[in-house]
Design a protein around this ligand. Structure first.
Ligand SMILES: Nc1nc2c(ncn2[C@@H]2O[C@H](COP(=O)(O)OP(=O)(O)OP(=O)(O)O)[C@@H](O)[C@H]2O)c(=O)[nH]1
Ligand SMILES: [Mg+2]
Length: 216
């Protein structure tokens, strides 16, 4: 049951974690806070996500994302070891806050065009409560967009505790995995990958152009 939390926001079965715990080193400033359309990028992501999940938690370094009304969970591991640390923080939060939930959706804070049916389509391929489902497009996997079983939290913690374990693909190989292919979006500027992610100031300019055409 997901309907009892103060942070419950939708009718979906799954809560979500927004991964915003990275360094934004290529952007040179916290990329979740760059202006995007009428609001900071993070708020654009929240608006897109809230329609398809039961609750939202933000994974971030403490001190900047607390004012949005959602729980903020920092990494439990030091030195920003990568997105899986954020998935782990989200899974631990989900396990205690939503004990009946089987999976947690993850989305990064830097990909503003992800599909409106992301959670729905990923959930269609879950064949048991231990399966991980990740998104793919245009011949590439996007494991930061995934439905993660709450049951793998302890294995993920033990795996991340070894410093040589950082590659997402190596972790995925330990588990039952399904992939869902999403189509490109047609725009007047040409096809747009729904998982386009903003790493550099140039990426941000391109994303703003796409946003304008999609809003017209
Ligand atoms: N919790 C957590 N999230 C991370 C970490 N590193 C990256 N992420 C998140 O994973 C997603 C993809 O990472 P990147 O695109 O490389 O973002 P980034 O690491 O902030 O940016 P760069 O420093 O330019 O690589 C983003 O949503 C990041 O916020 C980390 O160490 N911890
Ligand atoms: Mg990075």
């Amino acid at each position: 049951m997901t309907g009892t939390s103060a942070h419950t926001i939708g009718t979906s079965r799954f809560p979500a974690v927004i991964l915003a715990g990275g360094r934004s080193s290529r952007m040179g400033a916290n990329k979740a806070l760059v202006p995007f359309g009428r609001q900071p990028l993070l708020d654009h992501i929240i608006d897109r996500l809230r329609l398809q999940v039961s609750a939202i938690v933000i994974n971030a370094v403490p001190g900047w994302a607390e004012d949005r009304g959602f729980p903020v969970v920092p990494d439990s591991l030091p030195d920003q070891p990568g997105p899986l640390a954020g998935v782990l923080a989200g899974l631990r939060h989900a396990r205690s806050a939503y004990p009946d939930v089987t999976h947690l959706l993850s989305v990064p804070a830097d990909s503003p065009f992800f599909p409106a049916d992301l959670a729905a389509r990923l959930s269609q391929v879950l064949d048991d409560t231990d399966t991980i489902a990740i998104a793919a497009s245009d011949g590439r996997e996007h494991p930061v967009f995934g439905l993660w079983p709450v049951s793998i939290a302890d294995d993920l913690a033990a795996w991340l505790a070894q410093e040589e374990n950082r590659r997402v693909r190596s972790f995925l190989a330990r588990h039952r995995l399904r992939e869902v292919l999403f189509p490109l979006i047609d725009t007047p500027h040409g096809p747009l990958d729904p998982f386009f992610n903003i790493n550099t100031p140039d990426d941000l300019s391109r994303a703003r152009l796409f946003l304008e055409t999609l809003e017209e």
